[in-house]
Design a protein around this ligand. Sequence first.
Ligand code: ATP
Length: 310
Amino acid sequence: MYLRLMGLNKRYNNITAVDDLYLEINKGELLSILGPSGCGKTTTLRMVGGFIPADSGKVILEGQDMTLIPPNLRPTATVFQSYALFPHMNVIQNVCYGLKFKNLKKREMISRGEQMLEMVGLRHCRNKPVNQLSGGEQQRVALARAMVMNPKVLLLDEPLSNLDAKLRQKMRKEIRDIQKELGITALYVTHDQEEALSISDRIAVMNNGKIEQVGTPRNVYNSPANRFVAEFIGRINFLPGKGQQVLAVRPEQINLSKASGSIAGTIVQKQFAGAYTTYFIEVGNCIVEVDVPSMKDQDWGPGDVVYLSY
Ligand code: ATP
């Protein structure tokens, strides 16, 4: 295993931010840590980067214990949520900054910086002051600045959260393409389940300082290990089953019809969301959410009785 987090713990006064956390990351893999605000994602990432000392536990990279190595000497590089660019430097100076400590010739430094700018599509901004760049461009500079160091592990802390929805989707794909092309091992922190599902090789779902489940996006979506994971990733209905059983059904797994069926319900509300429409249907004393692809939507309305099947 390439990177191993072994029993990491971090407490702040009486808060346990990270609680005996174990996680293994393969070489070349992009693994997301996904969880709600305050669950300990950033603290975990910072312990891997060395910015926060662990109370106990170890960070092992390629068999070497890194736990006591200071951040500037770790073979990791971090892309921060706020980008943390140097405001008084231009683009190429920002990208090459870390290389100054690597004993390279100036020409070699610049050439590596330019290669990275090419990679993120910003070669033409080489000499611009960073405060004249858009949010998306600043994000790309931050990515280039981290990757130019050729890190063994790239750490990304909610890197897209300051961008608008459209740009976030675009950058998501760009980051994934670059990560794959260079074969970088990446640990990616996000609270956005759609982002984690779309960008990751595997997802570690975190809650209250602990990992609840680790698996491929399909695996955690289709076979959630417990109720927390089922509710946190995607939307899900919990319906009373036989006896003590609870049925967990995704909104897109239910079909609606007006012909007869076993489970009848009454539409109480509907929400159009573009590609699909969500119907809220009262069944007994539950409200069941059902997504109907807009192409198939029959445009029923509140008060209509429908039958559910799955
Ligand atoms: P978010 O998505 O909101 O950034 P997170 O999952 O990254 O959240 P952390 O930032 O790791 O969560 O915080 C985990 C817990 O530790 C939270 O309860 C937080 O309030 C607490 N915490 C984090 N940093 C400190 C600190 N420096 N001092 C005290 N408590 C802290």
